[in-house]
Design a protein around this ligand. Structure first.
Ligand SMILES: Cc1cc2nc3c(=O)[nH]c(=O)nc-3n(C[C@H](O)[C@H](O)[C@H](O)COP(=O)(O)OP(=O)(O)OC[C@H]3O[C@@H](n4cnc5c(N)ncnc54)[C@H](O)[C@@H]3O)c2cc1C
Length: 382
C-alpha cells in the first residue's frame, strides 16, 4: 500500500524574512478590521487591497518575470498566504487568479493568453471566478452539460453554472464546458475556456446564503459567443486540465485556518488566567494547529521541489476542514451562550459568523466524501 509523504520541513531564512514585512503591511491595512470581519477571511473581496498586494509583488509571486511574476519560491509565497489568511485579510479579488486561474494559464494557456492575462493578475487588477459546478453536477463534475458548440470564430455556449463565488464582482471565469458528447465517456469531450463575464448572453443571478450574504451566483449562458482565442489548452483535454486546477485549489494552507479568528477571540476572552476547560480547549486547538501547519508546510516544500502533493493536499483538506468545523462547535459548547449575528461583542459575532458558515467548509473545493475517495485511490485502496 502507498503511504503519505509528509517530510518535516522548515522555512528558509529568505521566506521568514518576508514574514515581518507582510505582518507590518497587514497591521496597517486591517487596522479597522474587527474579529467578525477577519472571520470572513478568504470570503472577503476588496479590489483596492488586492491592488496593493500586487504593488508589493505578492500576487503571481512564483511566476516568470516576463509574465509580470517575481520568480520567488513557493515557500516565500507560502509565508504571504499564511500571514494574509491568519490575519483574515480580504484576499479573494486576486487570490483565485493567483492560486489557480493564473497557474492554469501558465501551464496550458497560449503565449498570447499568458501575455494578456498574467501581468494584470500579478498587479492585482483582474478578478477570476471558477465555473465548474452545475445544478446537477457538483461532486460528479464530469457529468456537466453546459454545451460549447463550435461556430464561425468561436464557440456558442448554452447552459448554467451554479455556486459561482463572486461571479458578480469578477472580470473573468475559467469555465468547463462540454464541446463534444461522447456516449458513455463523460470525461471526454470537455474543454476549458476563459470567459469574459461581461459578455452578451451571460446573466448572473444572486443566490443568497443562509447567513443572508450574496457570495454565490447562478451564471446563465444563452447563445453566448466565446471567441476561439479564449479556449484554454486543447479542445477535449478539459478533464485532465480541470483536475490539475483542482490540485492547485487544494494545495494551499487555507483549509485549516478559516476558524482561526475564533481561537484568537477565545484566547482574548479567556484572559491571563483562563478556567480549566477553556485552557484545555485552547491547548487542544493549538496542538492541532501546529500539526496541521507542519503538514501544510510540507506540501509547500513538495511543490517547491516540483513534486505532486495531490494526495497529501487531500489529507490536509479533509483533516483541516474537520478541525475548522470543530472550533465553533466546541467554543459554543464551552461558553453555552447563543452565537450573535449583527450585535454583540466581537467574540459573540465571530462565533455567530462561523457557526453559520462552518457547514460549507467541507463542501467548497470538493466534499469530504470525494476527498476521501481521492485519498483511498492514492493509497491504492480502490
Ligand atoms: C462556499 C462554497 C463556495 C463554492 N464556490 C464554487 C465556485 O466558485 N465555483 C464552482 O464551480 N463551485 C463552487 N462551489 C460548489 C462546490 O464545488 C460543490 O458544492 C461541491 O463540489 C459539491 O457538489 P454539490 O453541491 O452538487 O453536492 P453533491 O455532489 O450533490 O453531493 C451531495 C452529498 O453527496 C455526497 N456524495 C456525492 N458523490 C459521492 C460519492 N461518489 N461518494 C460518496 N459521497 C458522495 C457529497 O459528499 C455530499 O455530501 C462552492 C461551494 C461552497 C460550499
Amino acid at each position: 500500500m502507498a503511504t503519505f509523504n509528509f517530510e518535516l520541513s522548515t522555512l528558509p531564512p529568505e521566506a521568514e524574512a518576508l514574514r515581518d514585512e507582510v505582518r507590518t503591511f497587514l497591521r496597517q491595512e486591517l487596522a479597522q478590521y474587527r474579529g467578525a470581519d477577519r472571520a470572513r477571511s478568504w470570503g472577503g473581496f476588496n479590489r483596492d487591497f488586492s491592488r496593493r498586494m500586487g504593488e508589493r509583488g505578492w500576487s503571481g509571486m512564483t511566476w516568470p518575470k516576463k509574465y509580470g511574476g517575481h520568480e520567488r519560491s513557493a515557500l516565500e509565497r507560502y509565508v504571504v498566504l499564511e500571514e494574509t489568511l491568519a490575519a483574515g485579510a480580504p484576499v479573494s479579488a486576486h487570490w483565485v487568479a493567483d492560486r489557480q486561474s493564473g497557474p492554469l494559464l501558465l501551464r496550458f494557456g497560449t503565449e498570447e493568453q499568458r501575455q494578456r492575462f498574467l501581468p494584470r493578475i500579478a498587479r492585482g487588477e483582474l478578478a477570476f471566478a471558477i465555473g465548474m459546478s452545475e445544478p446537477d453536477s457538483g461532486s460528479d463534475l464530469a457529468s456537466i452539460r453546459t454545451r460549447a458548440e463550435k461556430v464561425a470564430g468561436g464557440y456558442r455556449v448554452n447552459g448554467t453554472k451554479i455556486w459561482t463565488s463572486n461571479a458578480h464582482l469578477s472580470d473573468y471565469a475559467i469555465a468547463l464546458f462540454r464541446t463534444k458528447v461522447v456516449p458513455d465517456k463523460k470525461h471526454e469531450g470537455l474543454s476549458q475556456f476563459l470567459v469574459d463575464l461581461k459578455s452578451p448572453g451571460i446573466s448572473i443571478r444572486p443566490i443568497i446564503d443562509l447567513a443572508g450574504g450574496h457570495h454565490f451566483n447562478e451564471v446563465h449562458f444563452q447563445d453566448c459567443l466565446v471567441p476561439d482565442d479564449m479556449l484554454v489548452g486543447k479542445e477535449g483535454d478539459g478533464w485532465k486540465q480541470v483536475t490539475t486546477e483542482l490540485g492547485f485549489e487544494r494545495s494551499g494552507p487555507e483549509r485549516y485556518l478559516s476558524s482561526l479568528q475564533l481561537v484568537i477571540e477565545l484566547i482574548r476572552e479567556a484572559g491571563q488566567e483562563p478556567g480549566e476547560r477553556a485552557a484545555a480547549l485552547i491547548g487542544h486547538f493549538t496542538a492541532h494547529l501546529v500539526t496541521l501547519r507542519q503538514m501544510s508546510l510540507s506540501i509547500a516544500t513538495m511543490l517547491q521541489a516540483g513534486q505532486n502533493p495531490n494526495l497529501e493536499a487531500a489529507v490536509v483538506k479533509d483533516i483541516g476542514t474537520t478541525f475548522e468545523q470543530e472550533i465553533p462547535e466546541a467554543v459554543h459548547a464551552l461558553i453555552g451562550a447563543e452565537p450573535r449575528v449583527g450585535s454583540g461583542s466581537d467574540f459573540e459575532k465571530t462565533l455567530g459568523y462561523l457557526v453559520q458558515h462552518a457547514p460549507s467548509f467541507s463542501l467548497r473545493g470538493g466534499t469530504r466524501e470525494v476527498l476521501r475517495g481521492i485519498i483511498a485511490r492514492g493509497l491504492g485502496l480502490r
